[in-house]
Design a protein around this ligand. Structure first.
Ligand code: ADP
Ligand code: MG
Length: 209
């Protein structure tokens, strides 16, 4: 992975978040406090704005800097959680130092684990983890089976969509929506939606490389 790919991915994520303003805002208004779109937009814009600072860095240093920047710019629950994702991935990329698909899968899984630990949440709690955990498992399995990058990208986009849609039927046991009980049923979790969008944007970019 080149730092230039990380920068292109940041731009693709930024564009996708901005293109889904209405949806992200209304999802958080339904079961949260309505700020999720603003939080995500602030985070995505900040990373695009520091492109020149990121450009000369190695990929692991760039990912770590993205994490630190998100920690200090995104408010709400999602800021520190997404920040730990990037710092978690950075650690694995730095340690393994190779360009294999297996390393990318391991880095992604470590990032998801960092979110899990930080938020003390797991699968089925109606959070972003309902997208991220199944995607991490699928990525690890396909990488281990030496699947091609295109096949992996298509599969991860579908897995993310399923995970995002599945949050609709769940009761929240973490985050702001946890206080709503059964009233949260019927609404997609906003963090799950934004993670699905980010995965889709990066996979689409990766498969056209
Ligand atoms: P806030 O909830 O503070 O207003 P955001 O609206 O930006 O922050 O983010 C809300 C999203 O954060 C939720 O939709 C959910 O996906 C995610 N989230 C909240 N708490 C947790 C947690 N403990 N673990 C994982 N994700 C969480
Ligand atoms: Mg919110």
């Amino acid at each position: 992975m080149k730092t230039s790919f990380i920068l292109s991915a940041a731009l693709a994520i930024h564009d996708s978040i901005l293109n889904h303003e209405t949806e992200l805002e209304s999802l958080d208004r339904a079961i949260g406090d309505g700020d999720h779109y603003i939080n995500m937009k602030r985070g995505a814009s900040t990373i695009v704005e520091i492109q020149a600072e990121l450009e000369p860095l190695t990929p692991d240093a760039a990912l770590n800097k993205i994490g630190l920047k998100l920690l200090s710019t995104i408010g709400g629950a999602s800021g520190p959680l997404l920040a730990s994702f990037f710092m978690g991935t950075a650690k694995v990329i730095k340690e393994k130092g190779d360009e294999s698909v297996q390393t990318y899968a391991a880095a992604f899984a470590a990032g998801v684990d960092a979110i899990r630990q930080r938020g003390k949440a797991d699968l089925g709690e109606k959070t972003m983890l309902d997208v991220l955990i199944p995607v991490a498992h699928q990525f690890t399995a396909l990488a281990a089976a030496n699947a091609g990058i295109k096949e992996i990208c298509i599969s991860l986009i579908t897995t993310a969509e399923h995970g995002m849609l599945a949050t609709k039927g769940l009761i929240a046991t973490k985050g702001r929506a946890a206080g709503l009980g059964e009233r949260a049923i019927g609404h997609i979790d906003p963090g799950a939606k934004s993670c699905q969008l980010m995965i889709e944007a990066v996979c689409n970019l990766f498969s056209t490389q």
